[in-house]
Structure formats: C-alpha cells, structure tokens
Design a protein around this ligand. Sequence first.
Ligand code: TYM
Length: 336
Amino acid sequence: MGQKRVLSGVQPTGSLHLGNYLGALKTWVSEQYEYENYFFIADLHAITVPHDPKTLAENTYTLAALYLACGLDPDSTTIFVQSHVSAHAELAWLLNCITPLNWLERMIQFKEKAIKQGEEVSIGLLDYPVLQAADILLYQADLVPVGEDQKQHLELTRDIAARFNFQFGHPKAPILKVPEPLIRPEGARVMSLTDGTKKMSKSDPSEQSRINLLDSPDAIRNKVKRCKTDPVRGLAFDDPERPECQNLLTLYWLLSGKSKADVTAECADMGWGQFKPLLAETIIEALQPIQSNYRDLMGDRSQLEAVLQQGRGRAEVLARQTLQAAKDALGYTRTL
Ligand code: TYM
C-alpha cells in the first residue's frame, strides 16, 4: 500500500503564533516523511474578512517562508498557494450547489466572526467551509492535520463528500475520498495568554494574548512576564480550575522537549516568579532556529518562488484530475 496523503493549510492573515505552530505546523513537520504531503497557503480564505490588498502578497511570502523555516522539506512536500490553482474555486462552486444552506449557518466559526462584523458579513465568510472542503477533496486527502478549532469544518467536509458521492457517484466507486481529521491532543488548543479559557487567535485585538513565531526575545519575555496566572503556588497539569496553569505548563512541556512526567516533577513546587522566566527562555530557544532560518529564506526570494512554482505544478496535476471527475459526474460535457 502507498503512503497516506496528508493536506492542510494556514491563512496568510496576521502573524503565525504558537497555537498555529503547536496545533498544526509542528505536526506537519515531524510527520512529513511518513506521508505524501500537500501544504498550502489559504489566500482565498484570507479575503473572507476585510483585508488590505497591499499586504496580501507579502503575507503569502512570509507564510511560505515560515513553512520552510519550521522544517517542511520541499523535496518531499508539495507547498503551494491556493489561488495559484484555480480548481479550488471551481470545485467550491460545484460543492456550493449541493451543500444545504443550513449546514453552513450552523458553523461555530461563522457565527463567531459574523457577530464581530455585523452587516458587513460577506457570502464568502459563510461559504468559507465549502471552499475548505474543496481544498481537501480536490487532493483526495486521507488525513487533515489541524487544531481542535477546525474539527467542525472537517466534519462538514466529510458530510459534503458523502453527499456528493451518494448523489452522483457509484457506491463501489466514490468520486471524492472522505478524509479523516488528524488532531493531536497535545497542542490542539493553545489558549490566550491573557485568558486561559479563550483560544490563542490571530484576530484577538490584544498582542499580549499571543506569542508570534517572529516575536523578538524581548517581546516574548515581556508577554510572558505579563501573562495571566493564578494565586496558587505549585504548578500542576489537569486542574480544570486552573486554565492558565494548564496552558502555560503545556507550552513549557511541548517546547522544552521534556517528557510530561519530568515537567510535572520539575514544576510541582515552583512559584510563578520562578516559572515565568524559565518558560520565556524556553520559548525563545525553541523559536530561535525558526527565526534564523526565516531570515535566511527571506533574503533569497528566488528560492522561495521556485518552491511555490514547483508546488503549483505538482498540485495542479492532482487537482485537475479530481475536478474533471466531479464535472463528469455532474454531467458536464468535455467536448463542446
Ligand atoms: P488558520 O490560519 O486559522 O489556522 C491554521 C491552523 O492553526 C490551528 N490553530 C490552532 N491550533 C491550536 N491552538 C490554537 N489556538 C490555534 N489557532 C489556530 C488551526 O486549527 C489550523 O490547523 N480553516 C483553516 C485553513 C484552511 C484549511 C483548509 C485547513 C483552509 N483550507 C483545508 C485544512 C484543510 C484555518 O483555520 O486556518
């Protein structure tokens, strides 16, 4: 049996933070040689909320550079830009026409973002998960590694694929593969530094709430120093009354590379005054190689462009096949 195919993406909006890294990118990198990988930059999704055309291209480059800086290997992994492969938008339209409106109105992320935007909400924001389904189904992906917040979108993708296959396919020869989410429990939900009950998010207006992968050591020290804690002495995992403690200890665990048991023992009697500098230096050390790779990559745009061009070529081959199969199933003619 061949390798399983993995696909995922990140939107080029705002800076990549520790939630994106621990929830998605770190897993992509550490498991890349086990799978056939497709990782893309979701720049069509990036315009579902108001955006600035002056920064879209630059953010796309920055994110591609971060993919590589975090350790994705372009020889074994296809890295590409969503808008470079027009089949994404085309399959999204076909899937729109078989997706019931009420499936989309139920989406938690839509409801949350729609509240913030009031009357400015676009059809694109409502349609976001259908485009995401098209991204995944075009490549017949087996597994989709994401953070916990994407679970509902992946369930919808599975429902759309099953509905398409049921309506237009043959039970023995499904047209679209029904994918499985790949959500690693550790790091799947990194929380805000200012409120341990809210997830870390690019769209939180407070910079204090997140640590970006490109933050300077001083910025990291400052954010950790000021982050929310609790009045209890001694740090422990799995206390539902202490969400900040759970989050900060998990960050230390995942970024230090130590075992959970070692971290539990090391921090059991620690106060926050001792733990915070330790956490800050651990984060700085973990991000240092990523930041240094990033600076090198941004110094040589031609290398980055070559990676994206090669990725586009590889992605287009697969995408075109699935799009054609979907159009055939829907009854479009090829010859006229
Ligand atoms: P985006 O850019 O919002 O998030 C990128 C990835 O980061 C994960 N993530 C988190 N993980 C843990 N803790 C957090 N606080 C946290 N915040 C974000 C997200 O789960 C995601 O894996 N809709 C996707 C982009 C996308 C996509 C796709 C993904 C478009 N098409 C197809 C997979 C397959 C998103 O949330 O991007």
